[in-house]
Design a binder for this molecule. Structure first.
Ligand SMILES: *[C@@H]1O[C@H](CO)[C@@H](O)[C@H](O)[C@H]1NC(C)=O
Ligand SMILES: *[C@@H]1O[C@H](CO)[C@@H](O)[C@H](O)[C@H]1NC(C)=O
Ligand SMILES: *[C@@H]1O[C@H](CO)[C@@H](O)[C@H](O)[C@H]1NC(C)=O
Ligand SMILES: *[C@@H]1O[C@H](CO)[C@@H](O)[C@H](O)[C@H]1NC(C)=O
Ligand SMILES: *[C@@H]1O[C@H](CO)[C@@H](O)[C@H](O)[C@H]1NC(C)=O
Ligand SMILES: *[C@@H]1O[C@H](CO)[C@@H](O)[C@H](O)[C@H]1NC(C)=O
Ligand SMILES: *[C@@H]1O[C@H](CO)[C@@H](O)[C@H](O)[C@H]1NC(C)=O
Ligand SMILES: *[C@@H]1O[C@H](CO)[C@@H](O)[C@H](O)[C@H]1NC(C)=O
Ligand SMILES: *[C@@H]1O[C@H](CO)[C@@H](O)[C@H](O)[C@H]1NC(C)=O
Length: 440
């Protein structure tokens, strides 16, 4: 294993990097089947909170999003890539299959097209690259529904292996409703060019399906995340009755990437090393979101900031017909302060707790609105980048583990991930369970 003995060995070659710097994040400290060391000293054993259970092992595709249905089925997403499919369902401890069918998942060679030399994601009714999924329970007007959010933007690699992300083509980015009662798509929403930009990137989704939600036509609303690495992140809302969509908080300070953010994973700092590009910083803005149990407050955070924000959801529902909609939204953002690290996906339970996945700490933290503070909830060395989480009707939080900091696109083309990836779960505190109050 590479080791840097002393600062004095550092040297800079003209026009390039000194040989002694590795070109990737380091992997020492990551062990498989390791044994414990013996010492009389107090040690941080890397563990706290409820017992972590290993639920599923990924053997051939690295997962991103996860959603657990009331009947126990687990749905997962994989961003493309060369992966064979992008939306899947777990079938046993070591295998997943395309969902709802193989035909609805585009094949890898059909993912992008070029126009005047510029790559675009293809426009299609099939899935291009599903980033996130979320399940709403049965309501008086809808079956239990798996909502799939397709970015329309696969990652493609040129002959040198340099990655790029094609722009979205109208129709490619879409929100798709699949009935879990009959495994059939029953609704699909697309977005106009002034709402979803070619460089937008859908990252997460939440729902309020109550008929009386202000500013809606009465069939509910979806709150979507545009995390745009290119720099125009913000919220996108869609009225599920009319299909109209609009943006809010675009490029607000609270949704932007943090300044030159370098986070540490397993104790090693990570700069982003994209093959064919200069070394840089994590460029991702708005990532995790979660509605309060009464639907009135939206909690959120960019991936590369350490601050938890919230806004009254009414400000997100305000339409452009109110000329002050954006000014009022900006004025109503609250900062709950820093929390001790970068967070990605969020979840929420019936106790009102806001769970925040903390890849920098191999942990899940929890914000308690009752005391205004973020607390440690669970930490375990097996939590090597928790990417998405989903609370089941069984009172467990399930999380996807995908070793993301070790992916080739962040490490100059070298894949340092080691199969299997995993689904882990643990029991929620105080008998907390999935929130259903917004699905009536
Ligand atoms: C990536 O690897 C190539 C080939 O090994 C090397 O020339 C280049 O300097 C590396 N780039 C970075 C950003 O480390
Ligand atoms: C760890 O143990 C598993 C199961 O016994 C085995 O398949 C795997 O090769 C081991 N990995 C290493 C790095 O020793
Ligand atoms: C870590 O230490 C705590 C006590 O501080 C203990 O409850 C827990 O079981 C330990 N975990 C492991 C994996 O040894
Ligand atoms: C899991 O499912 C896969 C795909 O259907 C199958 O090939 C494999 O044999 C199954 N494994 C077990 C342990 O049942
Ligand atoms: C997809 O993008 C890659 C990389 O830019 C390019 O080589 C390939 O030709 C594109 N595919 C199509 C069908 O245009
Ligand atoms: C599946 O369920 C949806 C939503 O309830 C319904 O609109 C659709 O007709 C059903 N499709 C089939 C094939 O049963
Ligand atoms: C909205 O409807 C829900 C039930 O769907 C009800 O619990 C709530 O009190 C209603 N809110 C208002 C402001 O009427
Ligand atoms: C801020 O949100 C509160 C609660 O929804 C609302 O009463 C108030 O009018 C909002 N302020 C602005 C400036 O929008
Ligand atoms: C959780 O539920 C169990 C069974 O209903 C009950 O015995 C226990 O007191 C509950 N715990 C809390 C913290 O509410």
């Amino acid at each position: 294993m590479w080791f840097l003995p002393a600062i004095a060995t550092l040297s800079f070659a003209a026009g390039g990097l000194a040989q002694s710097f590795p070109e990737t994040i380091q992997t020492d400290g990551l062990v498989q089947n390791g044994t414990r060391w013996q010492t009389r000293l107090r040690v941080d054993n890397g563990t706290y909170g409820p017992e972590i259970e290993e639920v599923h092992y990924y053997q051939d595709q690295w997962p991103i999003g996860i959603a657990v249905a009331s009947d126990g089925r687990i749905f997962t997403t994989y961003t493309r890539g060369t992966d064979e499919y992008t939306l899947g369902v777990v079938v046993n401890e070591t295998a997943e299959e395309p969902y709802p069918s193989s035909a609805l998942n585009l094949k890898p060679d059909q993912l992008n097209t070029t126009w005047h030399g510029i790559p675009f994601g293809v426009s299609s009714s099939s899935f291009i690259s599903v980033q996130a999924v979320y399940i709403t329970s049965e309501t008086s007007t809808r079956p239990e529904t798996l909502w799939a959010l397709d970015t329309g933007r696969p990652t493609v690699h040129n002959a040198q292996g340099d990655p790029s992300m094609p722009y979205a083509q109208p129709g490619g980015p879409k929100l798709v409703a699949i009935s879990l009662a009959n495994d059939t798509i029953y609704q699909s929403f697309s977005f106009p060019a002034n709402v979803h930009f070619p460089d937008s990137y859908f990252n997460d989704l939440r729902f309020d399906l109550r008929a009386n939600v202000s500013g809606t036509s009465g069939q509910g609303i979806a709150y979507l995340v545009d995390s745009s690495n290119e720099g125009r992140p913000g919220f996108i809302m869609i009225d599920l009755g009319t299909g109209e969509s609009w943006r809010r908080l675009t490029q607000d300070q609270s949704v932007l990437r943090g300044p030159q953010d370098v986070a540490s994973y397993q104790g090693h700092p990570l700069y982003i090393r994209q093959k064919g590009q200069a070394i840089g910083w994590q460029p991702e803005g708005l990532d995790g979101i979660q509605l309060s149990t009464d639907g009135e407050t939206m909690y959120y955070s960019p991936l590369s900031q350490k601050i938890l924000y919230s806004i009254p959801s009414a400000n997100l529902r305000e339409r452009d017909t109110n000329p002050l909609a954006e000014i009022n939204a900006h004025a109503n953002v609250s900062s709950h302060g820093t929390r001790g690290g970068d967070a990605n996906g969020f979840e929420g339970d019936t106790s009102g707790l806001i769970y925040q996945l903390m890849p920098t700490h191999n942990a899940i933290f929890v914000f308690d609105p009752k005391d205004g503070q973020t607390h440690g909830f669970v930490r375990d060395p097996r939590i090597v980048w928790p990417d998405g989480a989903s609370i089941g009707a069984d009172g467990y939080i399930y999380m996807n583990i995908n070793q993301l900091p070790y992916q080739p696109d962040w490490n100059n083309g070298t894949d340092l991930r080691v199969y299997p990836g995993a689904i882990l779960r643990c029991k929620l505190p105080n008998n907390g369970t999935k929130v259903t109050s917004l699905y009536t």
